[in-house]
Design a protein around this ligand. Sequence first.
Ligand SMILES: *Cc1c(COP(=O)(O)O)cnc(C)c1O
Length: 364
Amino acid sequence: MAYTTNTQPALRSLVHELPAYAAGRRATDATIAALASNESHYDPLPSVLDVVDTAARRMNRYPDSAALALRTGIAAALGVVPEEVVVGPGSLGVLQQIIAAVCDPGDEIVFAWRSFEAYPVLASLAAARSVMVPLAADESHDLEAMAAAVTERTKVILVCTPNNPTGATVKHGRMSEFLDSVPAHVLVVIDEAYVEFVAEKEALDALALFRAHPNVCVLRTFSKAHGLAGLRVGFAVAHTELADGLRRVGLPFAVTALAQEAALASLQATRELHERVALVVAERDRVADALRRAGWAVIAGQANFVWLRADDTLRELIVDHLERNDILVRGYRGDGVRISLADGPTNDHVIAALGDRSSFEAAR
Ligand SMILES: *Cc1c(COP(=O)(O)O)cnc(C)c1O
């Protein structure tokens, strides 16, 4: 047998070429406002902490690999059946399962750009090709261009609404028309990581579209509104054949018992969650208004952050200036700055630091 001449184990070339996922910077101490990762700014709910505490006492045991209690709870809350619910280590974990289940190397995944940074990473990991369709001028998904980008190799279309990092949404009517124009064998994944924060008319009803279309799958997470980002749990609502495939490709025991029980308890804390979400939504409108008065162009985003479109010079000025004011935000090369919302005083600090836009323009 012939051996290679490598002197050490080699990585696949695909691994060298993977785009790195740039996580939002973490605050190193409590005086710094960590507004770079769209996390919940609130402490965990006491009822959720209690069940995690109890579950922690059984951590010598494996979790329920089928996550049946959680799937049953999610199904009851959403009006689907447990067979149509797949949980995973974050909705990102579930998305990786989706791609692993439906994409062969060289297949195409269509998504808007700029959108969630993890999409091209997951596509590359599966040796699938990312087909990135530029956002429209008003920050919305250009659904016509996305439909036109479908080829014989297209297996998945990702629609992120509200879109990370812009906060723009796809309205129900537009999505419905779009689905009518997409071939039936292409899986359309609606990523609704921020759905709880949507407060607009004609909002997308993704579950209704799931019921009406055999090629629709919905992704949701406990990381954002539910405030469980550190526990890693998200889920897909998928038709049974796909759901079954997703469970087969997932790692056994990937969602810990702590995460399963916390998620279930969080689902039951509807009132507290609604209160928290309502505060974020009110702050979102207040911050957006204040920034508009200061000369910034801010769209009516529907997530837990605000978006400032900016060229690279302006982006660097904003990110550096906020950092000097102990505020960590997320800059995107060529696109702009995303600022997660927090409590009133922290948001006021952001508004004050952004002062008025003309002083940034003058500093160019
Ligand atoms: C934060 C986010 C997710 C959720 O990630 P988890 O893996 O569930 O923490 C998924 N999609 C988008 C667009 C996000 O912004």
